[in-house]
Design a binder for this molecule. Structure first.
Ligand SMILES: NC(=O)C1=CN([C@@H]2O[C@H](COP(=O)(O)OP(=O)(O)OC[C@H]3O[C@@H](n4cnc5c(N)ncnc54)[C@H](OP(=O)(O)O)[C@@H]3O)[C@@H](O)[C@H]2O)C=CC1
Ligand SMILES: O=C(O)CCCC(=O)O
Length: 484
């Protein structure tokens, strides 16, 4: 049996699967071999408007349903994801490229957000505030914000969806979801599982197609009360600006430029292995992955040697091959960006110490060899712009103050990492890093129970943890006068 149908009616509006009004479709490619996997509907503004209307109509019943009942549906969807994990992982790898072992990890992570928010649904507590006046009572009543517009990227095509719709549905919101055009198949599979789990019609709607038109429908509608987005800072800024018109809430997970700081007292072998894991996971297409590494000058030689030992062992190839560690990049532009950053660095004096070219293992896809460069300087693009690919620049530093200043020298503020065995230093540096997330001897901070999110131009709001559900909740203040 084929993994997916060759043509899919991918619009899910008010509980019905449909094609685009125009009949137009869009191809989904496998980035490892550039073959077409399937054709999905290319919807636009009118389909998005119908989805918004369906979500609006479904809102009263869904938001008034007891949290326990909503929770059961989320829990069922979580179970269904596990029942289908092999198939979901294979679909994810086929459309996105990441190695199957990482895809399985992502599917588990996607499920974990549903489990976490199935539990959190029951814990959206209000408050009773002691009043300063005897004749008054003060209550704070949490209520769902309403219809949510969710726009998701291709780098984590399953977990970025559940990280948004898990808390939204748990809080009592209804949703219109627009996934990335590169990876709609994972979104379609998730929505089917929610359907199977018994989600009432209209509560979750899916519109694939023209991003600008679908985005405009969400932005223009007064009924969409919140836009939740993961993607580039550029598009995030646009959505934030446009949301001002109707004063919508926004929750934005945007780009990053994560520094890794390796102090002289670090466990160097662990630091080297984890630096590579951070950089080359998902072929470097992770918003929290290392973009630049600062190594104390006294351990630079030793650290580079260890990096070289481990980077040699990484195998590039088709993600479906179980021995693959680094799969293809998502598309031609992504491949070009890595090459541009590398050429810019070389022109400005960097030295390639590993890799340095596209990978040609006999496959047509968008592969790049894991690359490490040293002698980098701050004027290089790789030190300032998000590379989103397998290119790792190494720079040295002389003392703690310099490391902190360099790490903070960016408009981004998503994730930063420290390697040190000295707890005092780790805490001191952590406090000074201007980032929403800091990993100390850890490069995998994303987990359902913790608040993930950036500061500065990396975004606003948190996803995950008990914090994540509050993005989807308004606090209504009730002042009660007691006249008798
Ligand atoms: N924070 C993160 O996790 C991510 C960061 N990025 C960064 O962004 C760079 C570019 O990647 P790219 O995929 O182009 O990122 P985008 O920000 O363009 O895309 C992310 C999502 O937003 C949608 N989108 C784009 N423009 C609009 C719009 N005007 N209205 C509504 N939705 C819109 C996209 O759809 P469509 O593609 O159809 O336009 C996609 O679903 C990467 O190299 C990386 O640096 C990218 C992805 C994730
Ligand atoms: O790139 C992101 O936006 C999220 C990273 C998710 C993860 O590490 O599982």
């Amino acid at each position: 049996m084929a993994l997916v149908e060759t043509k899919i009616s991918s619009l899910f509006i008010n509980g019905e699967w449909a094609e685009a009004d125009s009949g137009q479709t869009e191809s989904v490619l496998n980035p490892a071999n550039l073959e077409t996997i399937s054709e999905v509907a290319y919807g636009g503004e009118s389909e998005a408007n119908r989805a918004i209307q369906a979500a609006k109509e479904a809102f009263p019943e869904w938001s008034e349903m007891s949290p326990r009942k909503r929770s059961r549906i989320l829990y069922k969807a979580h179970q269904l994801i596990y029942d289908n994990i092999d198939r979901l992982a294979e679909i994810l790898t086929t459309e996105q490229g990441k190695p199957l072992k990482e895809a399985r990890g992502e599917i588990k992570s996607a499920a974990s957000f549903l489990l976490w928010y199935a539990e959190e649904a029951n814990r959206v507590y209000g408050e009773w505030i002691p009043s300063s006046q005897n004749q008054k009572r003060i209550l704070v009543v949490p209520q769902p914000v309403g219809v949510v517009g969710a726009i998701t990227p291709w780098n984590f095509p399953s977990s970025m969806i559940t990280r948004k719709i898990g808390p939204a549905l748990a809080a009592g919101c209804t949703v219109v979801l627009k996934p990335a055009p590169e990876t709609p198949l994972s979104a379609i599979e998730l929505v089917k599982l929610f359907e199977e789990a018994g989600l009432p019609k209209g509560v979750l709607n899916l519109v694939t197609g023209d991003a600008e038109a679908i985005g405009q429908a969400m932005l223009k509608s007064k009924d969409v009360r919140l836009i939740t987005f993961t993607g580039s800072t550029e598009v995030g800024k646009y959505l934030m600006r446009e949301s001002a018109e109707h004063v919508k809430k926004v929750s934005l997970e945007l780009g990053g430029h994560a520094p890794i700081i390796v102090f002289e007292d670090a466990e160097l072998d662990v630091a080297a292995k984890l630096t590579l894991a951070s950089k080359y996971r998902n072929a470097g297409q992770t918003c929290i992955c290392a973009n630049r590494v600062y190594v104390h000058e006294s351990v630079q030689e030793k650290f580079s040697q260890k990096l070289m030992e481990h980077v040699e062992a990484l195998s590039v190839g088709d993600g479906l091959d179980p021995s693959t560690d680094v799969g293809p990049l998502i598309n031609k532009q992504a491949l070009q960006k890595v090459d541009d950053h590398l050429n810019d660095a070389i022109t400005r004096g960097a030295e390639v110490i590993h890799g340095g070219s596209k990978w040609d293992g006999g496959m047509k896809g968008y592969f790049y060899t894991p690359t490490v460069v040293k002698n980098v300087t701050n004027d290089m693009a790789v030190m300032n712009e998000e590379t989103f690919g397998p290119l790792l620049p190494l720079q040295t530093f002389a003392d703690e103050e310099e490391a902190i200043a360099e790490a903070n020298n960016t408009d981004y503020g998503l994730a930063a990492y420290i390697f040190s065995e000295n707890l005092d230093r780790s805490l001191r540096v952590m406090e000074k890093l201007e980032y929403g997330i800091v990993g100390v001897n850890d490069v995998f901070p994303a987990t359902a129970e913790a608040p993930f999110g950036g500061i500065k131009q990396s975004g606003v709001g948190k996803e995950g943890g008990h914090h994540g559900i509050h993005e989807f909740v308004e606090q209504k203040y009730v002042s009660i006068g007691m006249n008798k």
